[in-house]
Design a protein. Structure first.
Lengths: 110, 111
């Protein structure tokens, strides 16, 4: 089964702060995804990637950058964090079939 | 608009009973995946279907791509089945794999 890890698990920052969320998968999946989960919205796709150096824009990309440095590592960057970005963030990887999710990062922007 | 409509939004079941959750899609989807989100927030894979029906223990799921819906049946509900259930439909026309999530069904199993 795919192993997807995320760090940090919890993060508190202030408005205007700079935050990087990290995701690593160890099963050589080509696809990786970043989602945010908010009450009443389910999971919404921010960015995704098919392989190192590839980046695709999801449904709610505003305020987020992402970078896929290797097959294993996918980062989500918030360069000027805002309170509206307070959320639970999930990373996932896929073998072009099933998605496998990490444990999530809870981000609070004060 | 939303491409995946999930119903019901909330459901209470007594232990030992069963019910069905449903996702309707507004466009043709290639596959569907079902997840349970438990009390710790972890997303647990239940099923991935490109067509037909799959069964695992007390859970059974069907995906009908022609009629644009999927169902998840739970029978003999147990307390540990409580949580939020999500469907995610695989679609998109970019050539890349992309998923659209429903808003979830919050299931409470009552002793």
């Amino acid at each position: 089964e795919a192993a997807v890890t995320q760090s940090p698990r919890n993060k508190v920052t202030v408005t205007g702060g700079n935050v990087t969320l990290s995701c690593r998968q160890t099963n050589s999946h080509n696809y990786m995804y970043w989602y945010r989960q908010d009450t009443g919205h389910g999971l919404r796709l921010i960015h995704y990637s098919y392989g190192a150096g590839n980046l695709q824009i999801g449904d709610v990309p505003d305020g987020y950058k992402a970078t896929r440095t290797t097959q294993e590592d996918f980062f989500l960057l918030l360069e000027l964090a805002s309170p509206s970005q307070t959320s639970l963030y999930f990373c996932a990887s896929s073998d072009a079939y099933e998605q496998y999710f990490g444990p999530g990062t809870r981000l609070t922007v004060l | 608009g939303d491409q995946v409509e999930q119903s019901p939004s909330a459901l209470s079941l007594h232990e030992g009973t069963g019910s069905a959750l449903r996702c309707n899609f507004t466009t043709t989807m290639r596959a569907v995946q079902w997840f349970q989100q438990n009390s710790r927030g972890s997303l647990i894979n239940l099923f991935y279907l490109a067509s037909g029906t799959k069964e695992n223990g007390r859970l059974k799921s069907t995906f009908n791509s022609k009629e644009s819906y999927s169902t998840l049946h739970i029978r003999d509900a147990q307390l540990e089945d409580s949580g939020t259930y999500f469907c995610a439909a695989e679609g998109g026309n970019t050539g890349y794999q992309n998923f659209y999530f429903g808003k979830g069904t919050s299931l409470t199993v009552i002793p």
